[in-house]
Design a binder for this molecule. Sequence first.
Ligand SMILES: Nc1ncnc2c1ncn2[C@@H]1O[C@H](COP(=O)(O)OP(=O)(O)OP(=O)(O)O)[C@@H](O)[C@H]1O
Length: 275
Amino acid sequence: MKKQSHDPIQKEPARLELENIVVAYNGHPILEDLSFEVPHGAQVAVVGPNGAGKSTLFKALVGLLPLRKGQIRIHGLPLGQHKDCVAYIPQREEVDWHFPVIVEEVVMMGRFNDYGWLGKPGEADHEAVSRSMTQMGISKLAKRSISELSGGQQQRVFLARALAQEPHILLMDEPFTGVDISTQEVTLNLLEDLHARGVTVLVSTHDLNMAAERFERILLLKRRLIAYGTREQVFTPENITAAFGKQALILDNLVVVDHCCPGDEHEHIHPEETA
Ligand SMILES: Nc1ncnc2c1ncn2[C@@H]1O[C@H](COP(=O)(O)OP(=O)(O)OP(=O)(O)O)[C@@H](O)[C@H]1O
C-alpha cells in the first residue's frame, strides 16, 4: 500500500477545531472533554474499541447530536454556519436500504443544500450528480433502486452522494467494513483524489493496520482522547493498552486487538512500524 506523507500542511491554519466538547445520550456523557484540530486538507483515521464514540463524534460534527459543552468550529466559525460543507457517510447499518429511492435520487440528495426544499435541481446540480456517479463507476445503476444493489454498490452510491455535495470536510464511518475488496480500493483511490484536492477527511475504521499505513494522522479515542498524531506517536504499547485494555495482546512483534464481537477480525500492528 502506498504511504502518505506526514502532515504535509501542518503549518496551515486549522480548519476543523473541537474544543472541550461533551456529547451525551440520555444524560450520560459519551464523549468527554474532547479537543483536537485538523488542518485543512489533512486525512485522519479515527480508531478505538467498540463503543469508543467514533460514530457519536461524526454525528456531533454534522450537528445530528447537540453538544452539551464545548465548541466545534469549521473554517473558524461555529458549527451550523458551514454545515453544508461537511459531508457524512454513515455506517451501513444506520441506513434504511429498503427505502424506495433510486440511485440518482440518492446522489442528488448531496445537492440539497444548493437547491433546498422548494427549489428544483438545476443544470449544475445534474452535472455534479452525473460527474460523481461516473467517478464512482455507478452511472449504469442510475435508475436502479438502492435496495437491489450489492453492499459495495450501495457504498459507492453514498460516496457519490458525498462527492456531489462538493464538501470541504468528508466524514466516513467505517467505509471499509462489509464491502468487497474492489470497493475498498475505490474508496482508497478516492481518498487519494480528495487529498490532492485538499478535502479534509476523517475516516473511522477498525483496521488499525490500514490506519497506520494509509493515514497521515491517527486519532485514538475511548470516550476521551487517548492520543492524536502520527502513527509513531499514537501506536505505542501504552496507548494501545489504554484504548483496548486486555483486548490488546502483545505477542512477539505483533499487537493483536480482539474486538470480542462475532465477525470482527483481529487486527495486527507491527510495533517496529510504530516505535
Ligand atoms: N442512540 C443512542 N442512545 C443511547 N446510547 C447510544 C446511542 N448510540 C450510541 N450509544 C452509545 O454510545 C456509545 C458510543 O457509541 P458509538 O456508536 O459512537 O461508538 P463507536 O466507537 O462508533 O462504536 P463501534 O466501533 O462499535 O461502531 C456506546 O456505548 C453506545 O452504546
